[in-house]
Design a binder for this molecule. Structure first.
Ligand code: TXA
Ligand code: MG
Length: 317
């Protein structure tokens, strides 16, 4: 259903306990009424998501935060004021109206206001916070188009709102700003540099496997079905007779590639992030034996792109 005309119908589905796939500026989300534990349980089932991996709750506007959780720490309020609506998720204390299944039993909850008019209209019409992880099966590539959602989750979803390709293309940055110094738990579409301009120095501590800080930030994640390796880890001659695909930043080295995707020929990291998962979905469907990916410059949103590429590669090592 087109996102800009589907708000009322989709809101009714949410209120009735259904699942709505919705566009945001980052990636498509799989939404349910965050106050409705059985509806939230359907999200975990549809994604085959482990119950230890908590969800992000989405609000229609920043003013809803204090209504939901009461007063928040100063740095949280500053970040919400500065970056919402936008690709920033903040950690706050879980209010008792939010059932523990949303937060996997944690006493904290993750919350954000997405920068997408149709989806904010939907959340406002539903009149409840909307719990929504990325609308993909657990561990697989994130969806940046409605077609990705349909291909990955299909019948498990009651309706998919199509808002076209997402603007940022990479998930929100998750920050815990409750303590003395804000801590980045997941690199994402909002660059660390932007956070630092707003609140001074931050710590970057994205989780890794074993003891993830954000339970879902596992070392192996965001993976295509096709074997994927970092080009920097591979000798050019390693391919043998294999059909190989290449994901490059500005171009591809001369080679016998069966498929090539370039993220941004003009070297723009924002454009590269927007194209990342779409390019990986296409390479994954290209019938190659292996995908080689080239890291991008480790600056701005490039850090989040490289984080996703390393996690995708970790699945195959
Ligand atoms: O851009 C995004 O954030 C997208 C769109 C749909 O909003 N959502 C998204 O959700 O990426 P998901 O479920 O794929 O990732 C949510 C991450 C997980 O790594 C989870 O562990 C972490 O948020 N998280 C959720 N609640 C948390 C909490 N209370 N403390 C720490 N991490 C939390
Ligand atoms: Mg995800």
């Amino acid at each position: 259903m087109p996102a800009d005309s589907g708000a009322a119908e989709a809101a009714a589905i949410l209120r009735a306990g259904g699942l709505v796939a919705l566009p945001t500026e980052t990636v498509y989300g799989l939404g349910a009424n965050a106050l409705d534990a059985p509806a939230v349980a359907r999200i975990f089932a549809a994604k085959a998501r482990p119950s230890f991996d908590p969800l992000i709750s989405h609000l229609a506007e920043a003013a809803e935060l204090e209504k939901l959780v009461g007063t928040v720490p100063a740095a949280v309020a500053v970040l919400a004021e500065r970056f919402w609506p936008g690709p920033l998720t903040l950690i706050v204390d879980r209010p008792s109206v939010i059932p523990p299944i949303v937060t996997s039993g944690l006493e904290t909850m993750a919350v954000r206001v997405p920068d997408h008019a149709a989806t904010r209209e939907l959340i406002a019409a539903a009149g409840v916070p909307v719990a929504a992880p990325s609308a993909n099966r657990f561990g697989q590539l994130s969806p940046t188009r409605a077609e990705h959602v349909v291909a990955g989750l299909g019948a498990a979803v009651d309706v998919v709102l199509d808002g076209g390709p997402t603007r940022c293309g990479i998930e929100s940055t998750i920050v815990d700003a409750r303590g003395d110094r804000p801590v980045v738990l997941r690199l994402g579409a909002l660059p660390v540099e932007s956070l630092q301009e707003a609140v001074g120095p931050v710590l970057v501590r994205p989780g890794s496997s074993g003891q993830p800080v954000a339970p879902g930030t596992l070392a192996a994640h965001y993976a295509p079905r096709t074997r994927l390796r970092l080009a920097t880890d591979v000798e050019p001659s390693d391919g043998g007779a294999a059909r190989r695909g290449f994901l490059g930043f500005r171009g591809a080295p001369v080679g016998d590639w069966a498929a090539v995707e370039v993220l941004s020929s003009r070297g723009d990291l924002t454009e590269a992030a927007a194209r990342l998962f779409d390019a990986l979905h296409r390479l994954d469907g290209a019938g190659v034996d292996e995908i080689l990916v080239e890291p991008v410059p480790e600056v701005g949103v490039g850090r989040a792109i490289n984080d996703r590429l390393r996690r995708a590669a970790a699945t195959w090592t």
